[in-house]
Design a protein around this ligand. Structure first.
Ligand code: MG
Length: 202
């Protein structure tokens, strides 16, 4: 399986990092080794001093598809969760400054914890509340209605380039409020006030 991630999909987050608001989705990948095993702590890698949390809605693909039309995209997922796109911001800044790819900053082992899966059945994918607590305090808060590109649009865009396969995950971008984590932090991610993911930082 592969993990497809979307950057800068909320205008307020693009602005907090002084990035342009994109005209088309910013897409990058993480390998399956980026998945953090459930209940495992997240260990801050030794190559960075500035790992940020980015809480994101995650969609799991349940059918094979290529060149999926936006109006049919809803048929390609039925489970959602929350994930954290851990980002070594210092490494990313160095990559960006040189115009290099971001993988070292974004795709390292354990950089993609994902929570419990819930059914999309009773939810409107375009109106889902997300928030993240760090040590019990709200640090990130958003609603999928604020996305620059909807989930269905993202599936259409992504599937122009990559065949989507069963079990592939799409991280759909983070709202504002990203910040550095340190050892002993506890992150808790909520979807419509339901706790789906808890990660301890080591
Ligand atoms: Mg992200």
């Amino acid at each position: 399986m592969k993990i497809i991630c979307i950057g800068r999909n909320y205008a307020d987050h693009a602005e907090e990092l002084n990035n342009e608001v994109p005209k088309e989705p910013v897409i990058f990948l993480k390998p399956d080794t980026a998945l953090l095993p459930p209940k495992s702590p997240f260990f801050i890698p030794d190559f960075t001093n500035d790992v940020h949390h980015e809480v994101e809605l995650v969609v799991r693909i349940n059918r094979v598809g290529k060149h999926i039309e936006e109006r049919f995209a809803h048929r390609y997922y039925d489970k959602i969760s929350l994930g954290i796109d851990f980002t070594a911001r210092d490494v990313q800044a160095a990559c960006k400054a040189k115009g290099l790819p971001w993988e070292k900053a974004k795709a390292f082992d354990g950089s993609a914890p994902v929570g419990d899966w819930i059914s999309i059945d009773n939810k409107d994918i375009n109106n889902i509340k997300i928030h993240l607590l760090k040590n019990g305090e709200i640090v990130q808060e958003g609603n999928t209605s604020e996305m620059l590109f909807t989930v269905d649009r993202l599936i259409a865009e992504v599937s122009k380039y990559f065949t989507l396969k069963i079990g592939d995950l799409i991280f759909t971008g983070t709202p504002s409020g990203v910040s550095a984590v340190k050892s002993n932090d506890v992150l808790e991610a909520f979807l419509d006030d339901e706790l789906l993911l808890k990660v301890r930082v080591k």
